[in-house]
Design a protein around this ligand. Structure first.
Ligand code: G3I
Length: 355
């Protein structure tokens, strides 16, 4: 049972004292941290991958806390598409097998993304109908293979330019049209799996109001043209310096379209350690407050719009952020590397519990 606190300050102070010395906690009997998935009827998700799942302790912690998974890599275009155009589903099938064995919902990512432009498709660049046919075949085949097995798909990922000023240029836009590649992707996905919830997914919607506006204008145009968009994914790769209220404001703007909302890739970066001399305690407090706000904004949505809340990684050591310069020691997730819950875990649990 989580103790009720008189104020958020008291709560974050108490949570921090609990988790301030992970080494000591690692020796202490594991606190009975409530499984996150047990605190709400909104699906709690986590990204994972087949390499990480080889560790039984990792798998156990994931299964204890989450009812939904997102493949971090296995169902994307690069690992599926051979240079000769043949499609290889080994990794994707293995991932789906894990999910099936453990009765997990799967949100699949991603069908069309500017960062995955496999050599096969690059080789068809400028080849008109041949390119268009290969694109259609890919989408129908991939979505059709997992028809009825996945809850939803990120159909189009990160369509807006990084600074939010315009749409991205990509192999897809240059061959099929700036927005037509998106219209086609949603059409084929809906055709291949009519019951999958289809998303358009973007990052930095909290940090860049200009990008949020460009993104929402795009979604409205696509909807007006009849695009089969069921939901919006806000990746929520946020950081401890994000202004308070930014997540709340963003969720309000996104929810206005009435579509389902997926907090699709939540992590809360502590930023570059070499440029911030605040104490770890202070950073973890800020991290808890940011995580609390994201969960609060999500839980304040109408239940019909709450698709899922997905963490982008389980333990800090799993984070993609450590691939970035200056982030080698970032700690953006809810669990320490020994599996102990962090202050942000307790902040999220506290908000989830209050419904
Ligand atoms: O494991 C394979 C290896 O067998 C293979 O030989 C090698 C060839 O490059 O790839 C290895 O896989 C790596 C994979 O992560 C492992 O999970 C890929 O190289 C590497 O590119 C891949 O990075 C992922 C990245 O997306 C690109 O797909 C990150 O883990 C993943 O966290 C990141 O996630 C993205 C979201 O999809 C979209 N939003 C941003 C987010 C962070 O970039």
């Amino acid at each position: 049972m989580i103790k009720k606190f008189s104020s958020r300050r008291d709560f974050f102070g108490a949570a921090l004292s609990l988790a301030a010395a992970p080494a000591a906690l690692a020796d202490a009997p594991r606190r009975d941290a409530p499984p996150l998935k047990s605190l709400t009827n909104a699906p709690m998700g986590c990204s994972t991958n087949l390499v990480a799942l080889k560790d039984p302790a990792y798998a156990a912690l994931l299964l204890r806390n989450f009812s939904q998974v997102t493949p971090e890599y296995e169902m994307k275009m690069n690992p599926i598409t051979h240079t000769d155009g043949r499609l290889n589903f080994t990794l994707a099938d293995n991932f789906m097998g894990f999910a099936r064995q453990n009765r997990l919902r799967v949100h699949a990512t991603t069908l069309v993304w500017y960062k995955h432009q496999p050599p096969y498709f690059m080789g068809l660049d400028g080849k008109g109908q041949v390119f268009a046919d290969a694109y259609r075949n890919y989408l129908l085949t991939v979505v059709g293979r997992y028809r009825g097995q996945v809850v939803g798909w990120d159909v189009v990922n990160e369509p807006v330019w990084t600074d939010g000023t315009r749409l991205r240029d990509s192999l897809w836009s240059s061959n099929l049209g700036a927005e037509d590649y998106m219209m086609l992707a949603f059409e084929y996905a809906k055709q291949a799996d009519p019951n999958a919830v289809l998303f358009i997914n973007e990052f930095d919607l909290e940090r860049l109001p200009r990008k949020r506006a460009t993104f929402l204008n795009l979604v409205e145009r696509l909807l007006k043209r009849g695009a089969k968009i069921d939901g919006i994914g806000t990746q929520s790769h946020v950081n401890i310096n994000l202004p308070q209220g930014a997540s709340t404001l963003t969720m309000r703007d996104l929810a206005a379209l009435g579509l389902k909302i997926h907090v699709s890739e939540l992590d809360v970066s502590l930023g570059r350690a070499d440029r911030d001399n605040r104490s770890m305690d202070d950073k973890l407090k800020l991290q808890s407050a940011k995580a609390w706000e994201v969960v609060d904004a999500f839980m304040n949505l109408p239940a019909s719009q709450r698709y899922a809340l997905t963490m982008w990684g389980l333990m800090d050591k799993n984070t993609w952020l450590r691939q970035l310069p200056g982030r080698e020691h970032d700690e953006p997730l809810a669990f320490y590397d020994d599996g102990q819950p962090k202050p942000m875990f307790w902040a999220m649990a506290d908000r989830l519990k209050t419904r």
